[in-house]
Design a protein around this ligand. Structure first.
Ligand code: PAF
Length: 256
């Protein structure tokens, strides 16, 4: 596996690559959810590329960005173990040489669900994904269903801009109690982790969205939203961990 922190070097190397290229964009803090995307890419493609870049423009909260776990050595070992060929680790100046003057702004769905609670979040996500896709030039790019709204927005952006890449959605990887794997889970206190174990069952239950919201509040969640739409039930809620709160999101197929 080759690690490239120089984007110019990567772009000239990319021109020499033959065969299909699969791409998994990440912000590091790699867990089994990410490695399942990488494994899928390794199976589907001749070459797999991973990016590790904590994108500041998608954080609407400075504390959240500051607390984001940084674990580069472990992340690289995890990529290597599943057969990734290249990891690129761009810097802010590589990605935002334009000073974020150019932005991808989706004007409808990006304002709903998480977008209604995290102003500018999806503009940051779509802008960095567009840039990364243009840097990597993959045939396929892999996104987890845990961030289903992100997946839909990226898929539709690629269609809207006639980009030659297939966006592949991969199933959410869960703990035994159903908690969706997330880099944020590492920030949960023991007490908050116990509360979080209730989340998946409530989400899948036949209770109405309003009833689930009430029950979640009862176990100590501060609920941003619980909404059933597009055949799925989406949730975002924060759980108090003493000196900080951790915001969890999830979604499941749901007919409610
Ligand atoms: O899902 C993520 O980790 C990020 O939103 C992504 C797609 C890597 C863009 O920064």
């Amino acid at each position: 596996m080759k690690v490239l922190c120089d984007i110019t070097e990567w772009r000239s190397l990319r021109r020499s690559l033959a065969g299909s290229v699969g791409f998994v964009p990440t912000m590091g803090a790699i867990h089994a959810g990410h490695t399942s995307l990488m494994t899928r890419s390794v199976t589907d493609n001749d070459v797999t590329v991973v990016s590790i870049y904590v994108n500041p423009t998608q954080f609407n909260n400075a504390g959240d960005l500051a607390n984001y776990p940084g674990t580069l050595a472990e992340d690289l070992a995890a990529c290597e173990a599943v057969g990734v060929d290249y990891v690129i680790t761009p810097t802010y100046d590589d990605i935002y040489a334009d000073g974020f003057r150019y932005q991808i702004d989706e004007t409808r769905f990006s304002r709903e669900l998480c977008g209604a609670h995290r102003k500018g979040h999806f503009t940051g996500v779509l802008t960095v994904v567009m840039k990364l896709l243009n840097i990597v030039h993959p045939d396929r790019a892999y996104f987890g269903e845990k961030d289903y709204q992100q997946f839909l927005l990226v898929r539709d952006m690629v269609d809207a801009f006639f980009m030659d890449v297939e966006i592949v959605a991969c199933e959410t990887v869960r703990e035994r109690d159903g908690l969706a794997l997330s880099s944020r889970n590492a920030l949960l206190s023991c007490e908050a982790r116990k509360r979080a174990s209730k989340l998946h069952r409530l989400l899948r239950s036949l209770y109405s969205d309003a009833e689930v919201a009430r029950k979640m509040a009862g176990v100590g969640f501060d609920v941003d939203y619980i909404v059933t739409t597009l055949g799925r039930r989406f949730v975002a809620a924060s759980v108090d961990c003493g000196d900080h709160a951790v915001r969890l999101i999830d979604n499941v197929e749901h007919a409610n």
